[in-house]
Design a protein around this ligand. Structure first.
Ligand code: ADP
Ligand code: ADP
Length: 225
């Protein structure tokens, strides 16, 4: 069954057609790459999927639940990794993750276990007492991924997670994404560079000026271009 679905999604800001009639779906356990230049509409559609914004027309579904009608149920099933880290300056890595664990309503033993798992999975155990301020870009990205994972969501929405990473950090990110997909998570991941995501995606969609130009396997898309 499809785990992420955009169904004739529109989002206009005044005259700007940020998202214009986009439809696609991602089956459970697949990684879908959302590729397009700056301003194409990637963040806007990801924010709608994450219930941070609403469509002008159309709808989107996470695990079968509508972002318009059932935003609470969507939120519980979804982890969002935004393209900027935000400002949480005076906390250490563990406190940062714990903040999100509590925000998702995790308590007691479950909260402790999740935190432990996330620190281990993202390779940040050794950093847990270090302040966020002063972390490398790669470490911040791991922590951001951890934050999106802390409530063990079925669906993950990752906005430009590979941007600005060095090749080594990029390989580690790819490994984590593939492992999450192999564990059954459904992942939507964006980039403005097709090759940046090519090896980790089961399928990709090309978006430009709010419209989906093509979807298919990486090979199919590369042949078309
Ligand atoms: P991408 O993530 O692909 O870079 P965005 O979704 O951020 O693209 O932006 C798509 C278009 O929508 C751009 O023209 C952008 O300027 C516009 N846009 C995004 N958010 C807003 C907003 N809150 N108000 C007005 N225009 C916006
Ligand atoms: P392994 O593959 O190492 O055997 P398991 O899937 O059996 O891992 O899980 C081991 C522990 O990690 C359990 O406590 C489980 O709740 C936790 N865990 C597994 N996957 C996740 C996840 N995606 N997010 C948070 N905790 C997880």
């Amino acid at each position: 069954s499809d785990c992420i679905e955009l169904r004739r999604l529109y989002r206009y800001f005044g005259k700007t057609k940020a998202v214009h009639d986009i439809s696609f779906s991602v089956p459970r356990g697949h990684v879908f790459g959302y590729i397009g230049p700056n301003g194409a509409g990637k963040t806007t559609s990801m924010r709608i999927l994450s219930t941070l914004d609403l469509p002008s027309y159309g709808d989107a579904f996470v695990d079968g639940f509508s972002v318009v009608n059932d935003p609470e149920l969507v939120r519980r099933r979804l982890g969002f990794m935004p393209d900027s880290f935000g400002t949480y300056r005076d906390v250490n890595c563990e406190e940062y993750l714990d903040f999100f664990a509590r925000a998702y309503g995790l308590v007691g033993r479950e909260r402790t276990q999740r935190l432990k798992w996330v620190l281990e999975f993202t390779g940040t155990v050794g950093m847990k007492d270090k302040p966020i301020r002063g972390l490398s870009k790669g470490m911040k990205q791991r922590l951001c991924l951890g934050r999106a994972l802390v409530h063990d969501p079925a669906v993950m929405i990752l906005d430009e997670p590979a941007a600005g990473l060095d090749p080594r950090a990029r390989i580690q990110l790819r490994k984590m994404i593939r492992e999450l997909a192999d564990r059954g998570k459904t992942i939507l991941i964006s980039s403005h560079i097709l090759t940046e995501l090519a090896e980790m995606c089961d399928a990709v969609g090309i978006i430009e000026q709010g419209q989906l130009l093509a979807t298919g396997s990486v090979d199919e898309i590369q042949l078309q271009r």
